[in-house]
Design a binder for this molecule. Structure first.
Ligand code: SF4
Ligand code: SF4
Length: 362
């Protein structure tokens, strides 16, 4: 193609975009040339570059789901104090990067008074609790994740705003279905269904049946000829593991049941490769009532886990590393949680769950 006729190509829209244009100017200037960083106090970090430049980070816990007004107020504070730069961490903490030390106190004051956010989440503390999108944006929630997280944060606010009360960092997530897009965490709260989906006959046909059949990870769904001659579906109950994936594919497969759904707690998950490698979380407690608006049974179980962890873990030992050292038998003895047959992974696919890679394997 000649230069004259060469069409302007659209920018590449695959892969991760270049993040550098969005960096704080001091981060860009000192990219890859940082000397050290330290935690000055809860919610305040200092980064010192080889050039002598200093950058302060103020971290606050956001409520995760926010109105546009709140986001605008956050951006106004970033413009006023942080040279127009902020970032959200994977745990929905909001972090302001400051080039001027004198701006730290006024910013912290406005975070508290204007936004109403707590400051903390650094060091050996409880990070902001992560929850999934839930009813706001997803089609298969069996419970409200945002509400339970609000209750948890209210209960454990002291573990967020103070540092070094815990042996290491603790990350908690709450997911509103067993697909668990909240992901791995030291402690994860998931909803649990207790029976196969009930097919709503009047809804069959609104979704593509082959896709519904194909999505079941254990091949429990198969097509069937209905009495009226039309193709419908059936679920092989013995195969179904109540995961709810089919409900996400088609609302006809109704798995949610307010009378029987419960919550479970999984612990020991870790994504990073620090010290010991990444680890999958494992079931600690199941059958907890899904009890809004404050979920007291979940709060009580979390308190028990954190108390045992504080009293027995060594410094820098993450939740899963602590349990690996003392053993699961001791964990159940310490917490008093009942050990049941549901704690034993007897799935035919169990071998693959022993993998600890951070990579998705297909
Ligand atoms: S946890 Fe499940 S229901 Fe909740 S937002 Fe994620 S995929 Fe949707
Ligand atoms: S709940 Fe999960 S295992 Fe059961 S039929 Fe649906 S997709 Fe299959």
């Amino acid at each position: 193609m000649s230069v004259k006729t060469k069409k302007k190509m659209a920018p590449r829209d695959n892969g991760a975009p270049d993040h550098r244009p969005n960096l704080h100017p001091l981060m860009l200037k000192n990219y890859g040339k940082w000397d050290y960083h330290e935690k000055l106090r809860p919610g305040l970090l200092l980064y010192v570059a080889e050039s002598g430049d200093k950058l302060w980070t103020v971290r606050a816990g956001s409520p995760r789901t926010m109105s546009i007004d709140t986001v605008r107020k956050i951006c106004d504070l970033a413009d006023k104090y942080a040279q127009g730069h902020l970032r959200f961490t994977s745990r929905a903490n909001v972090e302001f990067s400051l080039a001027n030390e004198d701006d730290i106190e006024p910013l912290m004051e406005e975070i508290r008074s204007v936004l109403g956010f707590p400051i903390g989440g650094t060091g050996h503390s409880l990070s902001n609790v992560l929850h999934t999108q839930g009813w706001m944006h997803c089609n298969l929630p069996g419970t409200d994740a945002a509400g339970s997280v609000k209750s948890i944060m209210d209960q454990f606010i002291n573990e967020f705003v103070t540092d070094d009360k815990l042996p290491a960092r603790v990350k908690i997530s709450a997911s509103c279905c067993q697909i668990n897009c909240g992901g791995q965490a030291d402690i994860a709260i998931n909803v649990q269904h207790h029976h196969p989906p009930v097919i709503k006959p009047q809804g069959v046909g609104i979704c593509e049946l082959p896709k519904v059949v194909a999505i079941c990870p254990v091949a429990a769904i198969r097509p069937r000829q209905g009495d009226d001659g039309k193709t419908t579906m059936e679920v092989v109950d013995e195969k179904c593991m109540y995961c709810g994936a089919c409900h996400g594919q088609c609302p006809t497969m109704e798995i949610r049941d307010a009378n029987t759904d419960t919550l479970s707690i999984w612990i020991g998950g870790k994504n990073s490769s620090t010290r010991k490698g990444p680890s999958f979380m494992k079931l600690a407690m199941w059958g907890l009532p899904n009890n809004p608006p404050r979920w007291p049974e979940v709060g009580e179980a979390l308190q028990t886990i954190l108390d045992c962890y504080k009293s027995s873990a060594k410094q820098y030992e993450r939740m899963g590393e602590w349990i690996d050292r003392i053993g699961w038998k001791r964990f159940f003895e310490m917490t008093g949680f009942p050990f049941t047959k549901y704690h034993i992974d007897d799935s035919v696919s169990a071998r693959s769950t022993f993998n600890t890679s951070t990579h998705v394997r297909i």
